[in-house]
Design a protein around this ligand. Structure first.
Ligand code: HEM
Length: 330
């Protein structure tokens, strides 16, 4: 009897300790958030005062900090949640800033902007009850269309390195395809389906093991939070509310580029990591597909797509910061 009582009290003490330790993990994203804000200030400061390598160093720090979330994910379930939260800090900051902006425009728009993340994250949680196979099929089916759009979209941004006129010419040609009354609503619907099924899969895999599986879920979650903010910024804030031309100048925060205002600097890790997350997620999906076919090339293809993603993202970031078309104003 005595032994049973001791065992029960030991068990409840262990549970309480585990609970406290679980909550403590969430101090990690909080600390990263506070240091991340300083890293953003450091980018603005160095860009205004020193320029050169120190700006690059500050940018690398701001980009690297959220990624440290990957290092804690394998510890436990609360640690995994805290890690995912750390990774999505850049789009969360931008999304909340965007919501405040939309909020000033009145209740109708606020409702619309708030409902996007609620539908995506609430709906994804509800859908996680569906069988995994159904979710996976929905996720794969929508991925292709979205992937084609994003590839064309990112290639379009590379043209800004040449000139704003070249970016505009490619964007105008692409808009004929994606900005008409059939494709655009379809694209938004596919986007929502992709995000819903992705969040549901991430939720179902909450006991996921292995670094690459965590990377796959983390990059998908980054893209989801990014898109909630990015599509609200372009379609709602930019086009519907401000009737602004949502071109490269809109994305770069004006002709001076992302380095020249405190607000715009927050978009540096946001855009860079979104583009890297897209390639990381696509590369991970290709790897799984090749592994299913027992191809020996699976890991090499994954690494190649990731490296291509980093290169493309650096070039787009350079263009957004003023290298190429922006600096020449043409
Ligand atoms: C990396 C830097 C990026 C920049 C500078 C950027 C910029 C823009 C701009 C300017 C628009 C408005 C397009 C137009 O009016 O025709 C836009 C729309 C959009 N972007 Fe991005 N984007 C970036 C990355 C991404 C990524 C990684 C994704 C997806 C994973 C994405 C998805 C979208 C979508 C879905 C739209 C809405 C298209 C529509 O229906 O009109 N973007 N973006």
């Amino acid at each position: 009897m005595g032994a049973t009582l001791t065992a029960t009290s030991n068990l409840s003490r262990t549970k309480a300790e585990t609970g406290i330790r679980g909550v403590l993990w969430f101090l990690y994203p909080l600390c990263v958030f506070l240091i991340y804000k300083q890293a953003l200030h450091a980018i603005s400061y160095t860009a205004a005062n020193d320029g050169g390598p120190l700006v690059v160093l500050a940018m690398a720090a701001a980009i690297g900090l959220p990624l440290t979330g990957l290092a804690i994910m394998h510890w436990s379930l609360p640690a995994a949640f805290a890690g995912y939260l750390t990774i999505v800090i850049p789009p969360l900051i931008t999304a909340t800033g965007g919501l405040i902006h939309v909020g000033t425009q009145g209740g109708y728009w606020t409702m619309l902007a708030v409902s996007v993340p609620v539908v995506v994250f609430g709906g994804g949680l509800a859908m996680s009850m569906s069988p995994g196979r159904v979710l996976l099929k929905a996720h794969r089916a929508t991925a292709l269309l979205l992937g084609v759009f994003v590839l064309a979209h990112l290639t379009n941004h590379l043209f800004a390195l040449h000139s704003l006129a070249a970016h505009r010419a490619v964007q105008d040609a692409l808009r004929v395809i994606y900005r008409n009354s059939i494709v655009e609503p379809l694209l938004v619907a596919v986007l929502i389906a992709q995000a819903l099924s992705g969040v549901a899969l991430a939720w179902r895999g909450r006991y996921r093991q292995g670094f690459l599986n965590h990377v796959q879920a983390a990059s998908g979650l980054f893209i989801t939070v990014f898109l909630c903010s990015h599509v609200t910024a372009t379609l709602v804030s930019g086009r519907a509310l401000s009737h602004t031309e949502t071109d490269f100048l809109f994305a770069s925060g004006g002709p001076a580029g992302l380095l020249h205002s405190r607000g715009a600097v927050t978009l540096i890790p946001y855009y860079f990591l979104a583009s890297v997350a897209f390639f990381t997620h696509a590369g991970g999906a290709m790897r799984r597909n090749l592994l299913r076919k027992r191809s020996p090339l699976a890991n090499r293809v994954n690494a190649g797509v990731f490296a291509l993603g980093v290169a493309v993202s650096i070039l787009i970031l350079a263009a957004l910061c003023g290298i190429g078309g922006l600096s020449r104003g043409i």
